[in-house]
Design a binder for this molecule. Structure first.
Ligand code: ZN
Length: 160
């Protein structure tokens, strides 16, 4: 089988950041942009816990779909199996820098979140108690302050 493009990124040199992973054109002509929202340096920093990523998934998906400017273009948010980041899929021909303000807003709201996690009930989720809100808030705060709020070119473009 051919290696798919996302497995050809040099993960040894990949930093935390916001990367345009791929763009696809649908049969109806829409461009769909898939972003790699990388929260830890692969194999060099500890990966996130699945419980943190799960709490973050519920919050981010809810916040993005409620963002007045972006909600109609959000296709998907979900965790990577390697637990070092998330995928965000948005309708439109977008660059990584164009979505940084959306991510700052989203991660700030996660870091400050108080209350019940949306959808964390047995009716709404397949493993509703498998969440760590405290850790998700800490992970969001760190990504916000150490990466998003002072983002550099090397955090916006995959290593060449
Ligand atoms: Zn869930």
């Amino acid at each position: 089988m051919e290696k798919i493009p996302s497995f050809t990124i040099d993960h040894n040199r990949l930093l935390r950041g916001v990367y345009l992973s791929r763009q696809d054109r649908t049969p109806s002509g829409d461009i769909i942009s898939t972003f790699d929202i990388r929260l830890t340096e692969p194999n060099r920093q500890p990966a996130l816990s699945p419980e943190s990523l799960h709490a973050m998934e519920h919050l981010a998906a809810t916040l993005l779909r409620n963002n007045p400017e972006w909600k109609n273009r959000i296709v998907y948010w979900g965790p990577m199996g390697c637990c070092t980041g998330n995928y965000l899929i948005i309708q439109g021909d977008l660059s990584s820098s164009q979505i940084v303000p959306l991510l700052i807003d989203t991660f700030r709201r996660i870091a400050d979140f108080e209350g019940d996690i949306p959808g964390a009930t047995p009716k709404d989720c397949g493993n509703y108690s498998f969440m760590d809100l405290k850790q998700a808030k800490e992970d969001a705060r760190r990504f916000l302050s150490e990466v998003l709020e002072n983002i550099k070119e090397e955090n916006l473009n995959y290593p060449q």
